[in-house]
Design a protein around this ligand. Structure first.
Ligand code: PLP
Length: 422
């Protein structure tokens, strides 16, 4: 029997590549063939595959203590991670809660927001992805597949437009004005502001198409939420830990949320997530009303996260993401000039989206998927995203070098030539 048949078909697979080793941006199969991983396992391995310092921290911790349940004991590992995070998050956000996955951290943010405000409703933005648990699914509109045949979902979630200028075909200012007007409309037509606990937004729309939210929009949300006593939640699950060329994407707009949601890049591959909020807010979360077996207790995951932050800082990976992102974007813009099917190139740092569009304006999912297959044949792993699956996203580990960026661009150029016949 093929052991692959033992896996649930609910998992889709970009490849059935079976890597036995990873190093930096490369994955290696048993025959030693190298693949350039420009997916980072969907934004997880920001420090590169099996970074030696993260591996050493995991090994050292594992040899001493694997687990210390946080309702029973407090491990040095959890205190050290809280301190490390406190040093890199905005000073206002000085209390931390840990869990295992992004969806779980979103659940925590919503539970805290509802508990602290006594309000029920949540506003999210079109195209968002917040996870696959029931509450997170109810907040996810990036593609219908994530909700398909699961409805009805928890109520009290309202969806406002995301300022996605390329989709609307307008300039940034007009799109931001439109999105703000629609939000105001929602707050007059669908839910009164004083029943809204939180607005939750990704500073760069991830699964929904790699669309940075213009700083003016985020700043306006901050002002509006303050005016109405609504909590602002930034979902930095995909944008965090250096991905956008800053430690957190919030630094691009200067907007400090009430709750910051973190996962993925935090653990370099070990399952760990968390939320950060002002202690005064966390104090309104009744003790015992939330928690979990593993959150804050898996000493190995906590040690991996602490080592990850150290590596990001010591090796200047956040600055590298900004520099390599510029190089990548410049290379993609040059290709865009040659291939009109590349309708839009956008992003922040090493979170870059290339949106494929047919001449008549229809989303070119067929071209994006063909290019994705063509780069795979040449040993480069790239993911797609977007509601129409017509965006190829670029999300390499932050250790990527200029040579590796150029190599990936060459492969992409060859794939474009092959697929378009140009
Ligand atoms: C922005 C964002 N939020 C939440 C999640 C959910 O994270 P997880 O898959 O770890 O539950 C994801 C996952 O892709 C994400 O990109």
């Amino acid at each position: 029997m093929n052991p692959l048949d033992l896996l649930s078909p609910v998992w889709t697979h970009l490849t059935t590549l079976q890597p036995v080793r990873g190093e930096g941006v490369y994955l290696y199969d048993a025959q030693g063939r190298a693949y350039m991983d420009f997916t980072s396992g969907i934004g997880v391995t920001n420090t590169g595959h099996a970074h030696p310092k993260v591996v050493a921290a995991v090994q050292e911790q594992a040899a001493r203590l694997l687990f210390g349940q946080i309702n029973i004991v407090v491990t040095p590992a959890v205190l050290e991670l809280a301190q490390a995070l406190n040093a890199i998050t905005p000073p206002e956000l000085d209390a931390f809660f840990f869990s295992n996955s992004g969806a779980e951290a979103i659940e925590a943010a919503v539970k805290l927001a509802r508990h602290a405000t006594g309000r029920r409703n949540i506003i999210v933005f079109q195209g968002s992805f917040h996870g696959r648990t029931a509450q997170a699914m109810a907040m996810t509109t990036s593609k219908y597949i994530y909700r398909y045949n699961y409805q009805p979902l928890p109520a009290g979630v309202f969806v406002a437009p995301f300022p996605y200028a390329y989709y609307y075909g307008w300039d940034e200012d007009r799109t931001v004005d439109f999105a703000l007007r629609q939000l105001d409309y929602l707050l007059h037509g669908q839910t009164k502001p004083d029943e809204v606990a939180a607005m939750v937004i990704e500073p760069v729309l991830g699964e929904g198409g790699y669309v940075p939210a213009p700083p003016r929009f985020l700043q306006a949300l901050r002002a509006l939420t303050r005016e109405h006593g609504i909590l602002l939640v930034l979902d930095e699950v995909q944008t965090g830990f250096g991905r956008t060329g800053r430690m957190f994407a919030l630094e691009h707009s200067g907007v400090v949320p009430d709750i910051l949601v973190m996962a993925k890049g935090l653990g370099s591959g070990l399952p760990i997530s968390g939320i950060a909020a002002p202690r005064t807010l966390m104090e309104r979360w009744t003790p015992g009303s939330h928690g979990g077996t593993y959150g804050g207790g898996s000493a190995v995951a906590l040690a991996a996260a602490r080592a990850t932050i150290q590596v990001l800082q010591e090796e200047g990976l956040v600055d590298n993401a900004a520099r390599m992102g510029e190089r990548l974007m410049a290379g993609l813009r040059a290709l865009q000039a040659r291939y009109p099917v590349l309708g839009d190139v956008r992003g922040l740092g090493l979170m870059v989206g290339t949106e494929f569009t047919h001449p008549d304006g229809r989303p070119a999912k067929d071209v994006a998927k063909a290019v994705q297959r063509a780069v795979l044949e040449r040993g480069l792993l790239l993911l797609t995203c977007g509601t129409y699956e017509n965006v190829i996203r670029w999300i390499p580990p932050l250790v990527v070098t200029a040579e590796e960026i150029d190599r990936a661009l060459d492969i992409f150029a060859a794939a474009l030539a092959q697929v378009t016949g140009a």
